[in-house]
Design a protein around this ligand. Structure first.
Ligand SMILES: NC(=O)C1=CN([C@@H]2O[C@H](COP(=O)(O)OP(=O)(O)OC[C@H]3O[C@@H](n4cnc5c(N)ncnc54)[C@H](OP(=O)(O)O)[C@@H]3O)[C@@H](O)[C@H]2O)C=CC1
Ligand SMILES: CC(C)(CO)C(=O)C(=O)O
Length: 329
């Protein structure tokens, strides 16, 4: 991007997080195109996109909603693609979006879990791949409405593999901040460390929240769930040690305290995205979270019974929700 050009944003996966990011970028008059599917996309096309919650109200009226399905939009090449699909859809969505990415553009993974950055890099090249750590919460309570529920820290952006188009990366960070979303650009080491830090957080809370069907806060209040959380964390630290992953915490004890005392309080009322997936009968991101930990642990001969069990229970719940409870309930 040269000085005179403005970024062109494509939100690939206009669900909860993508709608909030796209809606906020629209608020500061950036060029934003939405790619999505289902009832939410239909609703924003017909009635516009409404954003509500802790960061205030905003409406993108229907006449200002730019949807990728417009044939002219499919001819365009976008400078900055924000990939905001669930991890199970990364391969397909990134492959589709790769066709629309400018040669010197960036594709930013706005996702939780392990493996997404590598998949994107395989499809668009390491020089166009950017990682993000997002730790604000968003939901779609009804189609057409995106609600910002909680915020635990700034959005972090960084180059996971090698230098990318830095002007675009800086512009994205500046645009997010200008729009009202706290964001920072960080080094390669910090973005990996932040991704794994978020994996620790999601692995500790999401499957338990989804299995027990309670908000995050309840998991920290009960001795039983705290014991399980501790087991999950200790196993992930063993895997990180074996893989030499630079975690932003000194050890399992240190992180356990940080989770309970610092990270949990501002997100106490949040229902894990994994719980929202189960309730909506969607597949979860367990394979990119505890499932990925179990796989990496097996490769390194590390026993991870807590992560293995939670992965199996979530898979059972996914099937039960999609196939129905059966005669015994
Ligand atoms: N929601 C949250 O609070 C947070 C989420 N995250 C992470 O952000 C990522 C996105 O999560 P979230 O916004 O909740 O997910 P959503 O399911 O709300 O949004 C993803 C959207 O992308 C659509 N989609 C999937 N594949 C394609 C495709 N090939 N083409 C077009 N649209 C597609 C989905 O449609 P369909 O539903 O039909 O599959 C869905 O509408 C995840 O990795 C999540 O872990 C991170 C922090 C917080
Ligand atoms: C919303 C958030 C950031 C929890 O704070 C999350 O990561 C999730 O629900 O999976």
């Amino acid at each position: 991007m040269n000085e005179s050009q403005s970024p062109t944003y494509l939100i690939y996966g206009a669900g909860a997080i993508g709608s909030v990011l796209g809606g906020f970028l629209h608020k500061i008059n950036r060029s934003v195109t939405f790619a999505g599917r289902g009832s939410h996309l239909l609703a924003i096309k017909e009635q516009g996109l409404r954003i509500t919650g802790i960061w205030g109200e905003h409406l993108v009226p229907p006449e200002e909603i730019d949807i990728l399905s417009d044939p002219l939009n499919r001819e365009k090449r976008y400078s900055t693609i924000l990939l905001s699909v669930k991890s199970k859809d990364t391969e397909t969505a990134a492959r589709e979006a790769a066709e629309l990415l400018a040669e010197d553009g960036i594709m930013v993974s706005i996702q939780n879990g392990l493996g997404n950055w590598e998949t994107i890099a395989r499809l668009v090249g390491e020089k166009r791949t950017v990682g993000a750590r997002v730790i604000f919460g968003a939901e779609i309570p009804v189609p057409g409405l995106a609600k910002v529920t909680v915020n635990a820290d700034d959005v972090l952006l960084g180059e996971p593999f090698c230098p990318v188009n830095r002007a675009l990366l800086q512009t994205l960070k500046d645009d997010l901040r200008l729009s009202g979303i706290p964001a920072r650009a960080v080094s390669k080491e910090e973005i990996w460390s932040a991704l794994w830090g978020k994996v620790l957080y999601n692995c500790s809370l999401n499957p338990l929240g989804a299995i027990l069907e309670v908000p995050y806060g309840r998991l920290g209040e009960n001795e039983e769930t705290r014991m399980i959380i501790r087991g999950i964390i200790e196993e992930i630290f063993l895997v990180c040690q074996a893989l030499k992953v630079p975690l932003p915490y000194k050890g399992a004890d240190d992180y356990y305290r940080f989770l309970l005392e610092t990270q949990l309080p501002p997100t106490r009322d949040h229902r894990a995205s994994m719980l929202q997936d189960i309730l909506a009968k969607r597949k979860t991101e367990i394979e990119a979270l505890n499932g990925a930990i179990s796989r990496l642990a097996r490769e390194n001969e590390i026993p991870t019974p807590y992560n293995d069990l939670l992965t199996l229970l979530i898979k059972f719940k996914e099937k039960r929700e999609s196939q129905g409870p059966g005669p015994q309930g």
